[in-house]
Ligand binder design. Sequence first.
Ligand code: SAM
Length: 277
Amino acid sequence: MSGRLILCATPIGNLDDMSPRAAQTLADAHIIACEDTRRTRKLLSHLGLTAREMVVYNDSTERRRAPELADAVARGRVVVLVSDAGMPGLSDPGFHLVKLCAEKALPIEIVPGPNAALSALAISGLAPGRFVFEGFLPRRSGERKRHLAELAQEKRTLVFYESPHRLASCLQDIADVLGEDRPAAVARELTKMHEEVRRGTLAELATWAAKAPPRGEMVVVVSGAVGDSKPEVSDDDLAGAAKELMGSGVPRSQALSEVAREMGVPRRKVFNALLKD
Ligand code: SAM
């Protein structure tokens, strides 16, 4: 068998979601690189398998281990990368190793399978045609709101990973910044015994999550901005508003700040609009 890196998706809950090809891939691996050996051993034992060699590849070892594993691939080893659940690399370790193997022109293969974001998107009832995967939002509310402000005009469906203890505050922040009436869904414990999908407006979901904080793993899916929600402000509009203020005696610097605040755009954008004018 020639050396290669294989990214192998694993179940996000129900172990029977492991495909026969994925199971065979684990059985054939020279090295299984995994986030948590106990978790992966549980999966292997469910499949009646034992690993030849296991290496811990997690957030703290990723940068150090990637060169060792790429070397193993170069020496003819079949390295199979799995995460605790779902697709490695997606909000999980994997990127550094894939990048390194790609740079070294080493063979890389994929064994696709379960993924929480796509599963939640598909079952959400919100338009799945065009979407943006945002992973986890920043933990602190201020930073989170600034990040969300950048997404306020995004027309594609938004997909976020979230932890149960932050769900209520996150939904409230999303509602505050993107609008309380936006349709959304929380997909919880997918493929597990307590699988549940809650659909409603952001305000309804925030109230639900605050009243009885749901447990387990969850994905938040939010409808994109509708076309006429907030028209993009043109440079002409910005320059016009700033000139109007300056014409009435407001100093240039103050006028830039006032227009930026009123129009909800960065001050630099008003400055550039004035330069262009
Ligand atoms: N790599 C994984 C994937 O492909 O989905 C995601 C790993 S990320 C560290 C873990 C997050 O995925 C959880 O916090 C949750 O947001 C989401 N997640 C994982 N399993 C889930 C499930 N069964 N139901 C809902 N969300 C899940």
